[in-house]
Design a protein around this ligand. Structure first.
Ligand code: SF4
Length: 432
């Protein structure tokens, strides 16, 4: 059959979409456009309110093809199914099958005539190097999911319920996959997990050991590590990131807040002192380290003073990149039943103020790059410009570097780029 997949949410969900396509094309199905597809799969995100709305809109939009197009089967999978399979099956009868986040390799069963309406396996899927996969990222870049699920208990987070407790892949499995990707010409490996710094705790190894082996793979230019948790960061791990030429000095570490009372109410098991110590450890230990983080504004009980403390921290810590979310009251989470829920308009106003403060920092940081030269992958062409990413620009979440199209460049090439201008998010460069 002709298959189309709509992949929503995070990079971990994108990897699942790639595995679903790999499994189905291996069984002889073909990938097609949404207009021509006989089977449409929506891989949903169920993390917070906005993401759930986006997933619902996508299901309803694509269900139109059952009336107007060639679609015979509409299948919904992903995190939203883990949370709401019963409700969704009642509310959206157009959907033929609901498949949880578990055992996506068997999703082909949902294409069968007599398939079950709802099929749930234990949540979360980990895979191996020989798992069939169709890449949805540019040919030079790939996400490698090193573990599935999370064993932490952050009070605002529903992920452990949707993806299960942390299950790490073996080092051999991860390194084997990276070898395979290098042979396909991939130069940038983005390592992803829910809680990267806890990698391996459940199987008797750790992040540092895995990175040592992963960085030995020939043909890989960049290894970028996402989703550090502010815990268990040893000096030897920092030294490895600093010394190893393939591991990028790029640390993506969601912090969520800096106020001690709120960090405790979030059950983040860290403190403002520990966070500042980790930032100092990373900046002292890794030259030109690029720090990315994420914050939550409007967590239940957050006072104006506590928010001001976060705002001051943004100006003090000067993260190269910082994103922020309005707290989303999620049923099934401890924070979801907390009192003192913050009003939506207050959350909105705090989000604006925080992003305003960060944009000043980002602009200053980007401006400081003018005149410097960096390696970057040429990713695409847009409005007559080449669109590239230098090492401090992660896929999907950070800005891009735009290069005037004065000479022919090959997409996927790693080139030297001199930064000639900058704005809050993006950079402008010329080929050296
Ligand atoms: S570390 Fe906390 S926020 Fe991140 S996935 Fe785990 S429980 Fe959720």
């Amino acid at each position: 059959m002709k298959i189309y997949i709509e992949s929503l949410g995070c990079s971990k969900n994108l990897v699942d979409s790639e595995l679903i396509l790999g499994t189905l094309t291996k069984s002889g199905h073909q990938i097609s456009s949404e207009e021509e597809a006989e089977v449409i799969i929506v891989n949903t995100c169920g993390f917070i309110g906005d993401a759930k709305k986006e997933s619902l809109d996508a299901i309803l939009d694509l269900s139109e093809y059952k009336k107007t197009g060639s679609c015979k089967k509409l299948i919904v999978t992903g995190c939203m199914v883990e949370r709401y399979s019963e409700e969704l099956s009642k509310e959206i009868p157009e959907v033929d099958a609901f498949w949880g986040t578990g055992n996506i390799f068997k999703i082909g069963d949902a294409l069968e005539e007599e398939s079950e309406k709802i099929k749930m396996y234990p949540p979360g899927t980990i895979y191996d190097p020989d798992s069939p996969r169709v890449m949805l990222t540019p040919t030079h870049s790939a996400f490698v999911k090193v573990s599935e699920g999370c064993s932490r208990t952050c009070t605002f987070c529903i992920i452990p319920k949707m993806r299960g407790i942390m299950k790490s892949r073996t080092i051999d499995s991860i390194v084997g996959e990276i070898h395979g990707l290098a042979e396909q010409g991939v130069g940038e490996i983005n390592l992803i997990a829910q809680d990267m710094t806890s990698y391996g705790r459940d199987i008797g190894c750790n992040l540092e050991e895995m990175l040592r082996e992963a960085s030995k793979v020939d043909g890989i230019d960049w290894i970028r590590i996402h989703y550090w948790y502010p815990w268990g960061i040893s000096d030897s791990l920092v030294k490895l990131v600093s010394d190893d030429n393939n591991i990028l000095p790029y640390i993506d570490m969601p912090l969520q807040h800096i106020n001690d009372r709120l960090l405790s109410s979030m059950d983040r098991k860290t403190s403002s002192k520990k966070i500042r110590d980790i930032i100092k450890q990373l900046r002292d230990g890794i030259d030109d380290v690029v720090l990315r983080t994420t914050f939550i504004v409007g967590f239940p009980g957050e006072t104006e003073d506590e928010f001001e403390e976060l705002l001051d921290f943004v100006e003090e810590a000067k993260f190269d990149r910082a994103g922020a979310f309005k707290y989303s009251q999620e049923e099934g989470t401890p924070a979801g039943v907390m009192g003192e829920q913050v009003a939506e308009e207050v959350k909105e106003e705090r989000l604006e103020r925080l992003m305003e403060a960060q944009s000043e920092v980002s602009l200053e940081k980007n401006k400081s790059l003018i005149g410097t030269v960096h390696q970057g992958f040429v990713e695409s062409v847009e409005n007559g410009n080449y669109v590239a990413r230098i090492s401090s620009q992660a896929p999907e979440v950070d800005g891009y570097t735009y290069i005037k199209r004065e000479e022919e460049l090959i997409l996927g090439d790693l080139v030297d780029i001199k930064i000639i201008d900058a704005d809050i998010y993006d950079l402008y460069g010329e080929i050296v």
